[in-house]
Design a protein around this ligand. Structure first.
Ligand SMILES: [Zn+2]
Ligand SMILES: [Zn+2]
Length: 449
């Protein structure tokens, strides 16, 4: 059989839009200058000196005024779309609508659904649903072990042939080194990436937050950072031994950054991601016992946060991933220790990172854009590029726009966002995803030719 398309969904009319006098920023193209960008039939037809292109017949114009920022649309390799089985939290349509609103042109959905995505027929059914419902292209990871039980491996080769971009038991670790070793051996044969949620359950136990001064003060059972970092070190060793390809998910600890750096130095085929919340928040934000601050791994300490930021800056950490993990309101409106772990993140990622890191000079804008788009290549997919003849995947943002996260509601079905209520600067106004206008902000004016 011919292998399945890696990404699916995002169908729609090909866009015909002229972005007039925008700041075009594409770190991979070495581009940061004012341009007119003409999109015709869903492709970038031309980039030209600002103010030189006229709208063609039927082409809508967005006037950037030399100010609006056009960048390659983002890619998130780690989201939970909760389909099948938990559509009260999120579904393929609402989750990808949230992604488009955040400037994303592609996401990879996790398999810890109900039932777990651990068989080819189930993967086929979800991909069919995504073809109809997803607002932007979606890829899927399948489970490493059946039912995420950590014992029997799934039919990895068959799942890869049916379009799985890789494998993960996300939500849970692969606790047994022997099981992970076997998975690495199969992964080498069938391709794809093993994405690892790193947590030693004998260390994390029933912890509900980061183990430190705040957990002690609150009297809440803590999760020590070594629950993650020891597993990153173990699995980096295993991956090196088996020459497997691993991706470390949602790093939260300084020790994990060190272990990834060491693995890369030794030539292990490893990559890593970090979430906006681990880059911007700490366990200090848990003091209020707001359940939106409860996620997995938990918000860690300030020294961990600094190490994660340094790791992102120097490339030890390859990309930003939101780990968008929606829950329904009634599920989160319970005492902190009983609440499920997870925060949404797709709609706030760019603005939160721009406000919290770029504006104070902690991270360059071009580096942020590179890290928010790098996830595609890690899973063998082409990165969005702002160049002539490329499919148009462009995020258009107003860096001066100030807004309060959640003030106009959410595209996600879940309102459980750790950044809700925060004053942010920088807003995505429109998203072109694989040639289709997937999002358009209510404030954006478009003029038809
Ligand atoms: Zn996880
Ligand atoms: Zn996750």
């Amino acid at each position: 059989m011919t292998p399945a398309e890696p990404l699916i969904g995002g169908a729609g009319d090909p866009a015909n839009i002229l972005l007039r006098d925008v700041r075009a920023l594409d770190p991979r193209e070495g581009l940061d200058t004012r341009r007119d960008i003409s999109v015709r039939g869903g492709r970038i037809a031309e980039l030209a000196e600002p103010g030189t292109l006229a709208a063609a017949d039927g082409q809508e114009t967005i006037d950037g005024g030399g100010r609006l920022l056009a960048m390659p649309a983002f890619f998130d390799p780690h989201v939970h779309l909760r389909t099948p089985g938990q559509e009260h939290k999120e579904d393929l349509e609402s989750g990808t609508r949230a992604a488009a609103a955040g400037g994303y042109a592609g996401v990879i959905a996790m398999p810890n659904t109900a039932p777990v995505l651990d068989s080819a027929p189930l993967l086929g059914a979800v991909r069919e649903a995504a073809a109809r419902q997803a607002r932007i292209p979606v890829g899927f990871l399948a489970a490493i072990t059946r039912g995420l039980e950590g014992e029997q491996l799934t039919e990895m080769a068959e799942l890869a042939a049916h379009g799985a971009l890789g494998f993960t038991d996300d939500g849970k670790p692969v606790a047994s080194a022997g099981t992970l070793r076997k998975a690495l051996q199969y992964q080498r044969l069938c391709g794809g990436v093993l994405a690892l949620h790193e947590e030693d359950p004998t260390l994390s136990r029933a912890g509900a937050m980061h183990e430190g001064a705040v957990s002690a003060a609150l009297g809440i059972a803590g999760i020590p950072t070594v629950a993650e970092s020891t597993m990153v070190a173990r699995d980096a060793m295993l991956a090196g031994y088996e020459d497997g390809r691993v991706h470390f998910m949602h790093l939260s600890a300084a020790g994990s950054v060190l272990a990834v750096a060491e693995a890369k130095r030794r030539g292990v085929r490893a990559s890593a991601e970090v979430s906006p919340h681990h880059l911007l928040l700490t366990d200090d934000d848990v003091r209020t016992l707001d359940t939106r601050m409860k996620m997995h791994p938990p918000l860690t300490g300030e020294s961990d946060r600094q190490a994660l930021l340094e790791g992102l800056r120097d490339g030890t950490i390859d990309c930003v991933a939101t780990d968008h993990a929606p829950h329904a309101r009634d599920e989160k409106e319970v005492p902190f220790e009983q609440a499920p772990m997870g925060t949404t993140g797709l709609e706030t990622a760019f603005a939160a990172l721009y406000t919290g890191l770029v504006m104070p000079g902690r991270l360059g804008l071009a580096v942020l854009v590179e890290r928010m788009t790098a996830g595609a290549a890690l899973f063998g997919l082409p990165a969005a590029r702002m160049a002539a003849q490329e499919p148009a995947s462009i995020a258009l943002a107003d860096l001066d726009a100030r807004w309060v996260a959640g003030e106009h509601g959410w595209e996600s079905r879940s309102e459980s966002c750790c950044f809700a209520g925060r004053a942010l600067q920088g807003r995505v106004l429109a998203t072109l995803a694989a040639g289709v206008l997937a999002h358009r902000d209510r404030t954006l004016e478009m003029v038809e030719a």
